[in-house]
Design a protein. Structure first.
Length: 345
C-alpha cells in the first residue's frame, strides 16, 4: 500500500483505520468509517511526508476488525430522520442567492462572508495546492489539479485510484487556523462533485469533519458518503487517534449517489445542535437529527459533535475494491452561517 501525505502539517489519521473486509458475498463491514485528525507533532510512521516544514503527525491507527453493519440503515428510512422538506425549512434560512458575481472574482456562487472559496484556477496543472491553505492525503491514489473536466473555468481537482483491490484515500484537507475553530462550531459547505462509479460493495465518505469532543480527549468524526451506493451519514468516536472506534454508527438507505454527471453537494455540520444535513442539487437526502441510527460499536443516543478542527473532502474508502476510482471536485465553498446554494452554469 502506498501512503503519501502531500503538504500536510499533520497527516489525516484514521485513513488507516480498521474497516475490515466486507467485499464479496455478504454485507459490507462498516467499522471505522472516515478519518480523524491526529495531534500535531507526533512523528508519522508507515508513510512518506512530502513537502517542507512542520512536523508530521501519526498517519493513523489500525482499528480493530469491524462488525457487519446493516446496509439498509436504520429501518430503511429513505431520507433519514427529519428528512422532509418541511423539516429542512427549520434547519436554516435556505440557500444564498447566487448573484453571478462571486466575492472572490472566480468561484461560482461564492457569497459574501464565505470563509473558503476554491475553484482551482490559481494553481498550475499538477501543481501545489498549499497556496490555498490545503493539504492532500493520498493512499493508493492520486489527487491533482487538472484541466480534463472542470465544472466551470479551466481547472478542477482530479482524484484517481487504479482499482487493484486497495483501500483508497484521496482527500483535500483544511485544518486548524485560520478556518478552525469556527464560531458557533457550526458550518455549511458546498462543492461540485463528479463520480464516475459508486461501488456497491464498500462504504465510502466524500465529506468528513472531525475533532475532539468538548471537555474530552476523545476524537469524534462526522461524515457523509454512501453504503451500498446509497447516501449514508457516519459517526465514530475513538479514545485516541490510534484506537478502534468505541462508538461507530451510521444512518443509511438514503438517495442513490449520482454518477457520471456534476452534482451539487451541500452539507451542514451543526456542532451546537449535534446534527448533520446533506443535500444533492438542493434536495435534502440524508439528515441526522439527534439520531443514533445503527451502531455497530457502542451506542450514541445523540451524535455528539466534536469541536471541529478540520474538513476533509474527496474520497475515503473503508474496504478494498477492484472498482477504479475517478472523481472530480470544483467550486468548493465553506460558510459559517448560511447555506451556499448551487451555482448556475
Amino acid at each position: 500500500m502506498i501512503i503519501r501525505c502531500r503538504l500536510l502539517r499533520a497527516c489525516v489519521l484514521a485513513l488507516l483505520s480498521g474497516c475490515g473486509g466486507g467485499v464479496g458475498g455478504g454485507a459490507p463491514t462498516h467499522n471505522g468509517s472516515g478519518g480523524t485528525i491526529g495531534s500535531a507533532g507526533t512523528p508519522g510512521t508507515g508513510g512518506t511526508v512530502i513537502g517542507g516544514g512542520g512536523q508530521s503527525a501519526n498517519p493513523g491507527g489500525s482499528g480493530g476488525g469491524g462488525q457487519s453493519g446493516n446496509p439498509g440503515g436504520s429501518g430503511g428510512e429513505p431520507m433519514g430522520s427529519g428528512g422532509t422538506a418541511g423539516k429542512q425549512a427549520d434547519v436554516d434560512a435556505g440557500p444564498a442567492t447566487d448573484s453571478g458575481s462571486p466575492s472572490d472574482g472566480g468561484v461560482a456562487g461564492c457569497p459574501a462572508g464565505a470563509l473558503v472559496c476554491e475553484d482551482f484556477e490559481k494553481y498550475a496543472v499538477g501543481g501545489d495546492v498549499s497556496a490555498g491553505g490545503w493539504s492532500v492525503m493520498e493512499t493508493s491514489a492520486t489527487v491533482q489539479v487538472d484541466a480534463t473536466k472542470p465544472f466551470g473555468g479551466g481547472k478542477g481537482l482530479h482524484l484517481m485510484a487504479p482499482g487493484g483491490g486497495a483501500k483508497y484515500a484521496a482527500l483535500l484537507v483544511r485544518q486548524g487556523a485560520p478556518l478552525f475553530p469556527i464560531a458557533g462550531n457550526s458550518f455549511f459547505g458546498r462543492m461540485m462533485m463528479w463520480i464516475t462509479d459508486a461501488p456497491a460493495g464498500v462504504h465510502f465518505n466524500n465529506v468528513i469533519a472531525s475533532g475532539t469532543l468538548p471537555s474530552s480527549t476523545q476524537i469524534a468524526k462526522y461524515g457523509f458518503g454512501a453504503l451500498m451506493a446509497k447516501t449514508t451519514a457516519a459517526y465514530t468516536v475513538r479514545n485516541d487517534a490510534a484506537g478502534s472506534p468505541v462508538v461507530d454508527c451510521y444512518f443509511g438507505g438514503g438517495a442513490p449517489v449520482p454518477t457520471r454527471r456534476w452534482v451539487c453537494v451541500e452539507w451542514k455540520f451543526d456542532g451546537a445542535g449535534n446534527e448533520l444535513h446533506y443535500w444533492f442539487d438542493g434536495t435534502p437526502v440524508s439528515d441526522v437529527v439527534k439520531s443514533a441510527g445503527t451502531c455497530v460499536a457502542g451506542a450514541a443516543p445523540v451524535w455528539k459533535a466534536p469541536m471541529f478542527a478540520d474538513i476533509q473532502l474527496g474520497w475515503f474508502q473503508n474496504q478494498p475494491s477492484t472498482v477504479p476510482l475517478e472523481m472530480w471536485m470544483d467550486d468548493i465553498v465553506i460558510h459559517g452561517t448560511q447555506r451556499i446554494g448551487c451555482p448556475m452554469k
